[in-house]
Design a protein around this ligand. Structure first.
Ligand SMILES: *Cc1c(COP(=O)(O)O)cnc(C)c1O
Length: 495
């Protein structure tokens, strides 16, 4: 199967080239030329299969240059016992009769980014070989917190790769920062950027577009690649858990084969929910996709009005991985809803970079309305949700997950729609101890990593081993740079 750029349909690459390139040279994102369809029988047929085997069945449809044996080896390595602490990899937990929660944080860095970033390095390494690439791949990552750590962990000491991660200095939690600055591995670098996530992401995008830099690196035998959720190799593994969750709900008798569910996703860059949309497109019975935001509710407004407008204040919230004003993956959805009209997409994206805003056509707006619902949760509502969930269900959830639970609750109250719903849980509560402790009413909070033990003791829930071990690790990376200096930093690191 080949892949096209959202901004130029004439560009067509095979899967391995798509994964190696990450972003199309015209600034567009790669999308498959077609989508396979899974019938209900196909889904039912995967009932007895492990998560790894389900991943192989789905990935193989998109990656015809890769044999099933290859994919099975990657899935085994990515989602093995040493990496994931739960045997089901992405377990579905019942909350009440009409609500289930898909837990995506049992991987090595305790956030859902592991689901894709444990797989991507295998796909990239193999793609480098398949494309006979002899240069070293340098992965540049802008992170709102979780991607950085998950990418570092996925790529550490992977042959033929280097990785440099940039995070906003004051935009990540203490524990997220500690996870990154203590990262092990010979091929890794971490630097904080003065500014917010959009500053970091925009600067990294500029580095990718910098032809002069590319030339210099080329002479050194290095090329730039991306592990951000714009890379197709990120989106693809994320489709698996939507299929897998539906199969698990069916298997447990929680729904009848073919019964439609609503899915509520805490959203930032629109990568996770986009994978849910693709799963629906491939045949998973999903009725509505509910896009949940925090106070940076640009997507809520967009889904309600058809106007994307980033000219608004940026808020730092207790769900930092969703503090985003430019949701890159939305471009893929618009491409789909425009019927593959690359010119139209180019036009929207031009407007966005020139004036920070665009308005989609009435046709696209209507299609969005058929599939998507949207809402947001303020920090107070998010805290209240964590509190209520703990008090009423003894279920400890992180702030991102709580945003989704709140938005679902709000939607149900307003609409009276009590369709069976799946809430996507994206991080372990132990990654955001300070907010979680405060939400459940603890005023006398410890500092830094000690909060992890405090939260475990108070709730009786064991903390993930990888987080408990953090306080013993030496800090390796202390650099902080203005965004104008990132180019120099990259040159310095790579030469
Ligand atoms: C990245 C992230 C999100 C947002 O996911 P997108 O794919 O960017 O929409 C939500 N929650 C957590 C914990 C994350 O790390």
């Amino acid at each position: 199967m080949n892949y096209r750029s959202t901004r130029n349909r004439k560009i067509s690459l095979c899967a391995s080239q798509t994964i190696v390139q990450g972003l199309s040279p015209d600034g567009g994102l790669f999308i498959p030329e077609s989508f396979p369809l899974f019938t209900l029988e196909d889904l039912e047929g995967m009932e007895k299969a492990s998560y790894q085997a389900r991943a192989v069945s789905i990935l193989s449809k998109f990656l015809d240059e890769f044999s099933e044996e290859e994919l099975a080896a990657y899935a085994g390595a990515a989602y093995g016992n040493q990496k994931f602490s739960h045997p089901d990899i992405a377990p579905v937990r019942k909350v009440d009769e009409i609500t289930h929660c898909l837990e995506l944080w049992h991987g090595p860095t305790c956030a859902f980014k592991d689901m894709a970033l444990q797989m991507l390095p295998h796909l990239l390494s193999a793609s480098l070989q398949k494309t006979h690439e002899e240069k070293e791949a340098c992965i540049l990552v802008a992170t709102s917190g979780d991607t950085g750590k998950a990418a570092l962990e996925g790529f550490r000491d992977v042959e033929g790769t280097r990785i440099l991660v940039f995070y906003p200095k004051d935009g990540v939690s203490d524990i997220q920062e500690l996870q990154m600055i203590t990262q092990e591995g010979q091929n890794v670098g971490v630097c904080s950027v003065i500014g917010n996530f959009d500053d970091a992401q925009t600067t990294v995008k500029q580095l990718f577009a910098d032809q002069d830099l590319r030339k210099k690196l080329d002479h050194q035998g290095i090329f730039l690649s991306s592990a951000n959720s714009i890379n197709w190799g990120r989106v693809l593994p994320q489709m698996v858990y939507y299929c897998s969750a539906y199969i698990d709900l069916m298997k447990s008798g929680s729904l009848k084969l073919g019964e439609e569910i609503n899915v509520c996703v805490p959203t930032g860059n629109f990568g996770n929910i986009l994978a849910g949309y693709y799963a629906k497109k491939m045949g998973v019975p999903i009725k509505k996709l509910i896009c949940a935001s925090n106070s940076n509710n640009i997507l809520t407004d967009f889904i309600h009005s058809g106007t994307y407008d980033r000219n608004r204040p940026f808020y730092t919230t207790i769900s930092p991985s969703m503090d985003i004003l430019i949701s890159s993956n939305l471009e893929r959805l618009l491409y789909d809803f425009s019927g593959g009209n690359d010119e139209e997409i180019r036009c929207y994206m031009d407007q966005l970079s020139r004036s920070g805003t665009y308005q989609v056509s009435p046709e696209i707006r209507e299609k969005i309305g058929e599939t998507f619902l949207a809402g947001y949760s303020t920090d107070e509502q998010t805290q209240q949700m964590i509190h209520d969930m703990w008090l009423e269900q003894r279920y400890l959830i992180d702030p991102h997950t709580a945003v989704a639970f709140h938005v679902l609750k709000q939607y149900r109250e307003l609409s009276g729609d009590h369709t069976l719903s799946l809430v996507v849980s994206t991080a372990s509560p132990f990654k955001f101890c300070s907010s979680v402790l405060s939400a459940i009413g603890v005023t006398d909070r410890k500092q830094g990593p000690e909060m992890i033990e405090q939260l475990a003791e108070l709730t009786g829930i064991p903390a993930p081993d990888s987080l408990v071990g953090l306080k013993e690790k030496p800090v390796r990376f202390k650099r902080s740079e203005e965004k104008d200096h990132l180019l120099d930093y990259v040159l310095e690191q790579l030469f």
